[in-house]
Structure formats: structure tokens, C-alpha cells
Write a protein that binds this ligand. Structure first.
Ligand code: ZN
Length: 295
């Protein structure tokens, strides 16, 4: 599932290709992609509108239109956008999609097509006057000004649940998913099953730094395209961050820091990857001591 860095890459690429373009027509091939309003109304309001900005909030894409409406998109598992000069009747060689996966097709005033492709069909469109209706209850942006160490300390205080599932909750902190949470916890040397409210101030500061740097690294490397290659750029290319992951999807591989084998556990029905040495289990010797000895 695309997370903040992947959605950010999609936004940047679409922004350069779509801002200022007028939508000449909309064809919905899977109407249930549109959550609201009714599909006919969605198509009617988009047709003739000009795209004035493309942005992101958490894992949502936001397309601002000159008619005052905002089109929001959540890509979920396998949603992706491609901008093509043809209507996409043929997939490029090697692509893991085919024309039957095209759920929506928009044609633009410069003759290009914006294709929405979604094999699993979980992605959703929303067209609203006020984006807060959809994204109003999301937590702060981890790369935004609101995400400070002080905010993080207050937000974690008294939390009795495990840390990793909390970091995945979008109304706690927006944009993180399984990949970047696993990487952040490894970078901060914190066990994913730690009780959130028990982190020390030093650990909180370390995790804060790790979350920001994990996301920035993901963006710098153009996002993560895993083995299923479901995340591709709107120009059909792949991200490269999968070659830089320390623990995610690397069970049995060596920890890049200590060389011990990465472990995989199931937490909240999701896979968690971590290093059992660098990220000492709750109750075991603190990883602080471990790191202090090394520093
Ligand atoms: Zn390690």
C-alpha cells in the first residue's frame, strides 16, 4: 500500500503534468470507485473544470478544481495513476496491469489521458466542497511543523497500547504505514511491541528523528516499489527505496547495523519486521544500554 513518500511522489509528478489542465471528459469504468457524490454527479462536476493545484494530506491526494470542489483520492492497496498520450488500451511491456484494471479515464485539454488503474478496486474518489469532510480527523503531518518532539511526547503520554499499531493509526499521525513504521522503529532502536506510553524522553526524541528521516529517505529514493510492483509513478516507472530498506520485508536477512537475522512477527494482523538485538524486547536489557556501550 502506498504510504506518505509514495503518495508524495505521485503528487509531485501529477502536479507538473496536470496543473492548469482542463478536464474534457470523464469515463468511469468501475463506478464504485466513486464514494461521493453519485458517479454521474462526480463526472458532471469534473467535466469542464480546470485543475488548479495537486496536493497531499496523509495518504490522500487532493486535486483542487476551479469550480471550488476538491477531488480527493485514496489509492489503498493497488490504485495508481498513469498519464498517457493514448487511452491505455494496451499496457506497456512488463506492466503488472492490463486494460481491464482501468477504473476511470479522464481526458485533458492537451490531448493526454489520466488513467486510474486499480486491480483490487479498494481505492476511492471523493468530490467535496470542503476537504475536511474527508481528511479533517487525520493526525499531524510527520513532515509538517505540527510534528514536534513536544507534541509527540504529549501524544504518547499515558498510551497503553503497543507502539507500532498506534503509529499506523492515521488519526494519530498521518501518512505512515507498515514499511516506514518498521524502518523508523529500527532506526530508533525501539521494539515494535513496546507500550507506547513507556518510551523515555530520549527514545521519543530518537523516534521523532527516525520517522522524519525514514520518510525523507523514501521520498529521496522515489518511494518503495515492492515485489508486486503495484506502486509505479504516473510515467510507469518504479521507485527505488526498496533497495535501501533495513528491515521491512527482509526476514532472515542480516540487520545492516549488527548483522543479526531480522525477525518477522504478526502484530494487529500485519507483518512487523525488526532486529531482535538492536530493538531489544520490552523487559529485556534496554537498547539504550546496548547503544551506549557502542557509542
Ligand atoms: Zn541489529
Amino acid at each position: 500500500m502506498p504510504e506518505l513518500p509514495e503518495v508524495e511522489m505521485v503528487v509531485r509528478m501529477l502536479r507538473s503534468q496536470l496543473v492548469g489542465r482542463r478536464i474534457e471528459g470523464v469515463e468511469l469504468l468501475w463506478e464504485r470507485t466513486v464514494d461521493r457524490p453519485a458517479p454521474e454527479e462526480f463526472s458532471r462536476q469534473l467535466t469542464g473544470a480546470t485543475l488548479t493545484a495537486v496536493g497531499r494530506r496523509g495518504k490522500y491526494l487532493l486535486f483542487l478544481l476551479d469550480n471550488g470542489q476538491t477531488w480527493l483520492v485514496h489509492l489503498r492497496m493497488t490504485g495508481k495513476f498513469l498519464v498517457r498520450s493514448d487511452p491505455g488500451q494496451e499496457a506497456p511491456e512488463g506492466a503488472l496491469w492490463n486494460p481491464t484494471h482501468i477504473r476511470a479515464r479522464l481526458w485533458l485539454d492537451n490531448g493526454a489521458y489520466l488513467l486510474y488503474i486499480d486491480m483490487r478496486k479498494f481505492g476511492r474518489f471523493y468530490l467535496v466542497a470542503d476537504p475536511a469532510e474527508i481528511v479533517g480527523d487525520l493526525g499531524p503531518e510527520p513532515l509538517g511543523e505540527q510534528f514536534t518532539v513536544a507534541w509527540f511526547r504529549d501524544a504518547l503520554q499515558g498510551r497503553r497500547g503497543e507502539l507500532k499499531p498506534l503509529l499506523l493509526q492515521q488519526h494519530f499521525l498521518a501518512g505512515l504505514g507498515n514499511i516506514y513504521v518498521s524502518e523508523s522503529l529500527w532506526q530508533a532502536s525501539i521494539h515494535p511491541q513496546r507500550i507506547a506510553g513507556t518510551l523515555t524522553p530520549v527514545e521519543i526524541a530518537r523516534l521523532h528523528t527516525a520517522i522524519i528521516s525514514a520518510l525523507q529517505a523514501g521520498i529521496q529514493n522515489g518511494g518503495t516499489s515492492l515485489g508486486d510492483r503495484q506502486y509505479v509513478y504516473p510515467n510507469g516507472q518504479l521507485g527505488q527505496h526498496q533497495h535501501h530498506l533495513a528491515v521491512y520485508d527482509r526476514a532472515e536477512s542480516c540487520c545492516p547495523r549488527c548483522g543479526y537475522a531480522i525477525e518477522r512477527i504478526i502484530q494487529g494482523q500485519r507483518s512487523t519486521y525488526f532486529c531482535p538485538v538492536c530493538q531489544a524486547a520490552p523487559g529485556q536489557d534496554s537498547s539504550d544500554d546496548f547503544l551506549a556501550e557502542r557509542e
